[in-house]
Structure formats: C-alpha cells, structure tokens
Write a protein that binds this ligand. Sequence first.
Ligand code: AMP
Length: 396
Amino acid sequence: MTAFRTLDQADVKGKRVLVRVDLNVPMENGRVTDATRIERVLPTIREIADKGGKVILLAHFGRPKGRDPKESLKPVAEAVSTHLGKPVFFADDCIGEAAAQAVNGLKDGDVLLLENTRFHAGEEKNDKAFVAELAKLGDLYVNDAFSAAHRAHASTEGLARVLPSYAGRTMQAELEALTKGLEAPKRPVVAIVGGAKVSTKIDLLENLVKKVDALVIGGGMANTFVHAMGLGIGKSLAEKDLAATALRIIEQARESNCAIILPVDGVCAYEFKAGAQNHTYGIDAIPEDQMILDVGSQSVERVSAAINDAATLVWNGPLGAFEIPPFDQGTVAAARHAAQRTKEGKLVSVAGGGDTVAALNHAGVAESFTYVSTAGGAFLEWLEGKSLPGVEALKA
Ligand code: AMP
C-alpha cells in the first residue's frame, strides 16, 4: 500500500469538507441499537470541526431502490449529534437545492449530514454527473469509510478523483494496521483462518499461502481439508466436492514454503446444539455418527505454538462453532493466547471479517488485539489481495 494523504496534509479551516463516513448502523424502531460505527467516525469529525472546517457528512444507509423514507439517515443524524455532543444538521437530499442551502448555512466548525447517497442511482453507478453534483458542495474530500472502500461508488471513489482527497483518521488507522498485518509485516507471519466454508474463502486462502509463513486452518472449513486428505469426518460440516480445491491450496502452500497447520483432534458431538454431550477424538478417529464442532486441546496447543513463533498474526474466522458453548473453547483459548502475546509486546495481531469480531468479543479480548477491523467485506477483499477502489483513489 503506497502513501496516501491524511488529515495532516489538509488545510480545512474555513473550507467545506465532504467527509464519507460509514453510518450504516443497525436500527430498530427508529433507534440505533449499536453505535460502534458512529463512535469510530467521531475523531475525524471532531478534528475537522475543531480546526474550523465545515463538516459535510456523506453516507449510505441500507440498500434502497430510489428514495425510501424507511432508509432515511435522519434518525442517524440525531444519534451522531448525541454522541458528538453538538448539533448535527440534516439535509433531505445529498445533492440539489436542499443540500446546497444546508451547506450555505454552515458556519466554520458546524456539522451537517446529507441524506442517504443511495437514494440516487448515480451513487452505485459512480455516475460522473452525480459525482459533479456532490463535488459542487465541497472544497475537499475526506474518506473515513474503509468498510465501503471495496466499492467504486460516487461517494467512495468518484469524489476522490475530482477533489483534493485525504484519508480520515479511522481510514488511516485501518490502512496502517493492514500494512503492519500483511503488506510490510514483521516476520514470521502466521494467519488463522476458520469459519464454516472453504467455498467462501478460496481466494483468501490462495492469497494467504503466498504471503504468510504459516497458515492455521480451523473451523468447519478444516473438515473439508481433513476429508481431502483421506480421513473420515463423520457427519461434520464439509464441502466434499471441494476436495480438489483443498489439495490444490495445500500444494500452493508447499510451493510457497507456507506451513499448513490443520487440527490434530476435534471436539465431537451427535448434534449441533449448545451443551450437547461431547468428546474429543484424534483427527484420524472421528466416529462416523458424530460431527466435529471445535478443535481439540492438542490442536489449540499447536495453534498457540504457532502464535509463539510469530511476530505477526492475521486472523479471520472462528476455530469452531463458537456461538454454542462449549464449542467456543478452542476459539476462546487461541484468542486469549494471541491477546496475551500482544499485551507482552511480542505480537502484532490484526483480526477482522464477519464473525471474527463477535468471536473475539465473546472471548473478551478484542481490545487487546493490535487492531480489530469491523469492515467486513472490505477486510475480506483485502485478505484476498484485491486492491480497494476507495483506497486506490486516495493514493497520492
Ligand atoms: P464464517 O462466516 O465463514 O467465518 O463462519 C462462521 C461460522 O462457522 C460460525 O457461525 C461458526 O459456528 C461456524 N463453524 C465454525 N466451525 C464449525 C464447525 N466445526 N462445524 C460447524 N460450524 C462451524
């Protein structure tokens, strides 16, 4: 990832600053139920406002087909205002007269949120005319929405091409963490990849084996690998039709000198149910009528040993069915070990993508990791080695 401009290079005083943020927050009955995303964008908003810029927030919400009051950002403006501790003005449209009037009424240091960018088809089409309409409202563009950076939309990519553009503080933190994780990591690097299926993570696995020194494969997807190697996996979740893919990934790892670490034992049960009676078996002795729901303690020891050998850890996906105890134990033990090594200053740990954040929160260690990305799709595309249009457009 080459250099990108940050707020350190931006002279925002007296300027109209269009700031792309992620405010796609979960809502129930018009109330925000989880304010994590709001919290994450506050530093950038505060910094620009404190430096005397006029903050004009751009965001999408949901997947509306045209204007839809159910997907209005208006209630979100109120929530941002509460967390920010100052008024957040709102405009009923992100372009045109309503937006222009609201922007013209701003004083230095004021904050305005424009209505859902996806009310206009031009947003997702990255339409030039729509980009130009948005660009009229600002002097500078700041992108603080890493989680939307895998999409080349008008407000995530188009604007960066027509206005002087900068990474916001949250985007900057994410990019710096990702650089430490895979682009310029301290070696050795170990990756842990778990989760349900190989099919959703083929690109990711193929990219990682080229870049890391050791790859731990856990969770349901490990069953597909174990099956491909000719061992019985009973009734475990697996994609048997992907056996050839699994073997190809193992071969690619060998060619790249990447060690593959698969489970050597599994916690098995007759049913996928919390508290189900369970027993740990060696990976070559899985009973035909049971399913593997977690990695066993010997496997956890191997994962911990791999973490001990590593200077950098990249983690995506749980090692077992962590939502149904006691099948959370492998994930929890490995996560706590990684957190401990990080606290001791021996490990840089970067994690993210879907259930990983929930799993680390469940283990009570998300705060102790070097960086936990809540970006979902964008984080996964980065793990797949794809370039992210929103990030590319910010590069100097
Ligand atoms: P993913 O979204 O691909 O990261 O997958 C996460 C899901 O994988 C979680 O809901 C886990 O319960 C599930 N999972 C992990 N290990 C297993 C397993 N051994 N058997 C069944 N499901 C699993």
